[in-house]
Ligand binder design. Structure first.
Ligand SMILES: Nc1ncnc2c1ncn2[C@@H]1O[C@H](COP(=O)(O)OP(=O)(O)OP(=O)(O)O)[C@@H](O)[C@H]1O
Ligand SMILES: O=P(O)(O)OC[C@H]1O[C@H](OP(=O)(O)OP(=O)(O)O)[C@H](O)[C@@H]1O
Ligand SMILES: [Mg+2]
Length: 286
């Protein structure tokens, strides 16, 4: 049997572009023409299934797919037995309760005995239980934000990111109940060789993610400041220091987390650093 692993990704929607970009950044090539629901990579032993995101946890649990990229919200909602291998850092959103903007709201007790429309009955049900609230959960599959204005429910529980959908529909967010981002999930019983391929994919994903959060920094500094600057940007093992053509000056090259760079920028400049260049890193393997 050909040793190939199957990964389920969303066909089109909030997860698909970033899922496919991540795969491409991992150096994995595949054809992704419109309408094609299955595709095999030409340079990595992986086959892609393009599916509705709601179906991905179930397919991975059943072993129809070995891996999947899906929102944590769907993994928890579908309550399937799968292993979460890695949080991927995109499609970040939250599940929140919302009510009409003009509604007086003094706490979660508001929802006692009320109707709440949602596409996430399990996550909402678990939350209400944890708060000792009895409410009627009205399950609908989309356009949840319309529910209060058509008299279907007094509140909703849906995905919020910027909050603009809530605002446009005259609603206000009152409780955040779940935080989500895209995750890589795996079937619980992968064979040894499938595990090996999954680990190779994970290795590449880690290299891409580390590269993204770090920057290659080059700067010029007077030799007298090198010690101070080295302490501010210590790099992976230690910075590279090269002499400039101009006597008494060096070029310092280092790698550092972007947040750390911005935190240290004033101190670097105060120490005499100038001509600072910050360059993106494509992959980073420690
Ligand atoms: N506005 C948003 N910002 C960030 N992430 C989001 C946003 N909306 C949804 N997500 C995340 O992306 C996932 C997919 O959202 P999308 O709206 O594409 O789902 P869908 O309409 O159910 O798609 P499908 O047609 O595949 O069933 C959600 O489960 C959630 O994890
Ligand atoms: O807080 P916001 O930034 O406005 O994002 C939240 C909205 O995004 C998602 O819908 P999407 O736009 O993906 O459409 P869909 O309902 O067709 O999935 C989600 O279902 C919310 O309605
Ligand atoms: Mg869906």
């Amino acid at each position: 049997m050909e040793q190939i692993i199957r990964i389920a990704v969303q066909k089109s929607g909030r997860l698909s572009d970033d899922s496919l970009s991540l795969i491409k950044e991992c150096g994995i090539k595949f054809y992704n023409g419109t309408g094609k629901l299955k595709s095999t990579s030409t340079n990595f032993p992986i086959e892609f299934l393009f599916l509705r995101d709601d179906d991905i946890p179930g397919y991975v649990a059943d072993g129809v797919a070995d891996l999947g990229i899906v929102g944590q919200n769907e993994v928890v909602e579908k309550d399937k037995n799968v292993t979460t291998m890695k949080a991927l850092g995109f499609s970040k959103c939250r599940l929140s309760l919302a009510v009409a903007k003009g509604q007086e709201y003094n706490g979660v007790e508001f929802f006692e005995g009320k109707n709440i429309a949602t596409s996430y009955p399990k996550i909402l049900g678990d939350y209400l239980k944890s708060q000792n609230i009895n409410a009627d959960i009205h399950e609908i599959s989309g356009s949840v934000e319309i529910a209060p204005s058509i008299g279907l429910a007094e509140g909703i529980c849906d995905i919020v990111s910027s909050g603009s959908t809530l605002m446009m529909n005259g609603l206000k967010e009152v409780e955040e109940i779940f935080k989500s981002e895209a995750v890589l999930i795996a079937n619980n019983n992968l064979s040894d060789w499938k595990k090996e391929i999954a680990e190779k994919l994970l290795f590449r994903i880690n290299a891409v993610q580390k590269g993204k959060s770090n920057k290659y920094v080059l700067l010029n500094a007077p030799n007298a400041s090198i010690e101070k600057i080295t302490s501010l940007i210590p790099g992976m093992r230690s910075p590279t220091i090269l002499p400039l053509a101009q006597e008494g000056w060096s070029s310092v090259h280092s790698v550092l987390n972007e947040d750390q760079f911005w935190e240290n920028i004033e101190e670097l400049r105060a120490a005499g650093a100038e001509g600072i260049l910050v360059v993106p890193i494509e992959k980073m393997i420690l």
